[in-house]
Design a protein around this ligand. Structure first.
Ligand code: PXP
Length: 248
């Protein structure tokens, strides 16, 4: 582990839309929040258009595509409907994620091994539309090999198990999960040195520093804990505090 380069921060803005959808009112605006995050130092904005539209709506995606000043990372399930939307929006990045209607949040990574030809086809379509594609996967060598074989531009390693172990005060499991992530980053780089390695899910100001110190991770995507911090410190300061924790 070295500290030569610290990752960029992509702010996941879904939770602002969750608050709006809870009341069915027009506020708070995810776009306004995203622009504020960018002004406060966010390097990119991530949003997840779920098939059930539980938070981000189609109009949010199109509006943000026009107005963001950094770059959009649009998370989607690899379905025909979502790929069509991405091909219209043409975000700089699309991140393919698994999706189950009953889940609270994205549980587990995309099983690229089990659907390699489908994922390769979706990536080819998105490349034709001019998007770069990231695959949200568990930190497993077989998934990394499959992602690389599908011509993914990036992988995003799922840090949820690491984060959950920390919340459960299980230091042994937390270390094991950290080791899995470290091994996965090295494995990815050994497979293809130009494959971009991102990470995210469940990261907080408390657990992010260790992940941010891993050499080879390009960007961290962080949402829930950052928006939770914003309740107490305001959104701009929450972005700054997360960036500070990432560079400790
Ligand atoms: N990356 C991906 C692919 C995700 O699906 C999510 C959650 O929407 C995140 C990062 C951010 O996770 P969290 O909200 O726990 O920070």
């Amino acid at each position: 582990m070295t500290t030569s380069h610290r990752p960029l921060l992509g702010v996941n803005i879904d939770h602002v839309a969750t608050l709006r959808q809870a009341r069915g009112v027009p506020y708070p605006s995810p776009l306004e929040a995203a622009l504020l995050c960018e002004q406060a130092g966010a390097d990119g904005i991530t949003l997840h258009l779920r098939e059930d539209r539980r938070h981000i709506q189609d109009a949010d995606v199109f509006e943000m595509a026009d107005k963001l000043t950094t770059r959009m990372n649009l998370e989607l399930a690899a379905t025909a409907e979502m790929v069509d939307i991405a091909c219209k929006v043409k975000p700089e990045w699309v991140c393919l994620v698994p999706e189950k209607r009953e889940e609270l949040t994205t549980e587990g990574g995309l099983d690229v091994v089990a659907q390699q030809s489908h994922i390769a086809e979706v990536i080819a379509k998105l490349h034709t539309a001019g998007c770069k594609v990231s695959l949200f996967i568990d930190p497993e060598p077989a998934q990394i090999e499959a992602a690389n074989a599908c011509q993914a531009d990036a992988i995003e390693l799922h840090t949820g198990a690491y984060a959950e172990a920390g919340l459960a005060n299980d230091a042994i499991k937390e270390q094991q999960e950290l080791d899995r992530i470290l091994t996965a980053v090295d494995f990815a780089k050994s497979q293809n040195s130009s494959l971009i390695v991102n990470a995210g899910h469940g990261l907080t100001r408390d657990n992010v520093t260790t992940i941010a110190k891993i050499d080879g991770i390009y960007e961290l995507n962080i949402g829930h804990a950052l928006i939770a911090d914003a309740i107490f410190m305001g959104l701009a300061d929450a972005v700054k505090a997360m960036k500070a924790a990432m560079s400790q």
